[in-house]
Design a binder for this molecule. Structure first.
Ligand code: R2B
Ligand code: URA
Length: 368
């Protein structure tokens, strides 16, 4: 019998923990097994840690412009295996087109990708078969709202063992612009591997744990032929881009360049290789929901050399494709393992000959 989920799982988990453990490794395994037990039904579908939801007549996912009774969420999203999130609507739209091409997913003739959450005016969402591409905005509050609704969406849609991956940008520490960084541990501003929540006026921490095996698997998919490095390291997550990341170029700055460099060097000694603004909440909420997750970012600059993001637009555009390429390799690999990849070799959607397609397009445009 699965345990009944009480409204006070913090105590539940503490009691479980207080029974005494010998090694940290064992503690980790036990914690993972416990979280898995309370977040999955036996068929792998997502179980919520909130019994209020199933008692509600309907659940409106307000910021996604979706509802459990207004939409057939099982029909719309039941096949989702990968949820890829990134900051901007445009990047996620680009990723949706990229992954569509890469996994050889065909839309029915005459249809095109649509922003499913367009009417929310908050986040954007594109679905390409088993891949959901969602924008999450900037900073932890924005991600937090989205994560609650995405996890509930997984539950309502009866998705089985979904994997969440954040594809983002960051500042590198001691790494060059264009380097791809897979997060090993997400740290908050005080270098704690957790995310701090204030709930009913109380401060609580939830571990900001990502799936280490998934991080290694992603790293293994980087190629010696990639004209850039892909590394694994610790990520600092801040609540601000300027003072919070030790920049000298905000509207305010009350520390010296020496203070800034000493701070960045301290981070480096701690194994921190990049700074961004979403990883702790993303890691804490996926971990709390028992969802396997990873964060893959590209560095837009090396913060040891400066603060301004000033690489040319085309260069930045190419850099931002790099995490997408890695994640796409992973998705292709998993789909291929499950015999769900239509073609591994340069699939062109419904285009038989790209050269002839181009000619036909040019011909049509000439008659516009
Ligand atoms: C990276 O880039 C954004 C700030 O420019 C923020 O969302 C992040 O994590
Ligand atoms: N995103 C950040 O949060 N920091 C940077 O320096 C660059 C991108």
């Amino acid at each position: 019998m699965p345990p009944t989920i009480t409204s006070n799982e913090a105590h539940d988990f503490k009691a479980h923990y207080d029974r005494g453990h010998s090694s940290p490794l064992k503690e980790n395994e036990e914690e993972d097994a416990y979280v898995h037990r309370i977040t999955r039904y036996s068929d792998g579908t997502v179980k919520l840690r909130n019994s209020n939801i199933e008692l509600m007549d309907q659940d409106i996912l307000y910021h996604l412009a979706l509802g459990s009774e207004s939409h057939d969420l099982v029909e719309m999203f039941g096949d989702v295996k990968f949820v890829c999130m990134g900051g901007t609507p445009k990047r996620m739209e680009n990723f949706a087109h990229f992954i569509m091409e890469d996994i050889g997913y065909k839309l029915p003739a005459g249809t095109q990708l649509q922003d499913i959450s367009a009417y929310s005016y908050r986040y954007s969402m594109y679905k390409v078969g088993p891949v959901l591409c969602v924008s999450h905005g900037m900073g932890t509050p924005s991600v937090s709202i989205l994560m609650h609704e995405m996890i509930k969406l997984m539950y309502h849609a009866k998705c089985k063992d979904p994997v969440f991956i954040r594809i983002g940008t960051c500042g590198g520490i001691g790494v060059e612009g264009g380097t791809v960084i897979i997060t090993e541990d997400a740290l908050d501003g005080q270098l704690r591997n957790s995310h701090e929540f204030t709930i009913l006026g109380q401060t609580i921490h939830r571990p900001a744990k990502l799936d280490k095996k998934l991080a290694r698997e992603l790293k293994s998919l980087s190629s010696a032929d990639d004209p850039y490095d892909t590394i694994i390291g610790k990520t600092l997550c801040t609540n601000d881009f300027y003072e919070g990341q030790g920049r000298l170029d905000g509207a305010f700055c009350e520390f010296s360049e020496n203070d800034k460099m000493a701070y960045l060097e301290k981070l480096q000694e701690h194994g921190v290789v990049n700074i961004e603004m979403e990883s702790t909440i993303f890691a804490a909420l996926t971990h709390h929901a028992g969802i396997k997750a990873a964060v893959v970012c590209v560095a837009l600059l090396n913060r040891l050399n400066g603060d301004q993001v000033n690489a040319p637009k085309e260069v930045m555009h190419e850099w931002q494709q790099r995490p997408q390429i890695l994640v796409s390799r992973y998705i292709r690999k998993i789909l291929a393992q499950h015999g769900q990849l239509k073609s591994l070799f340069g699939h062109q959607g419904s285009i038989k000959s790209p050269r002839r397609f181009k000619l036909v397009q040019q011909e049509s445009q000439a008659h516009e």
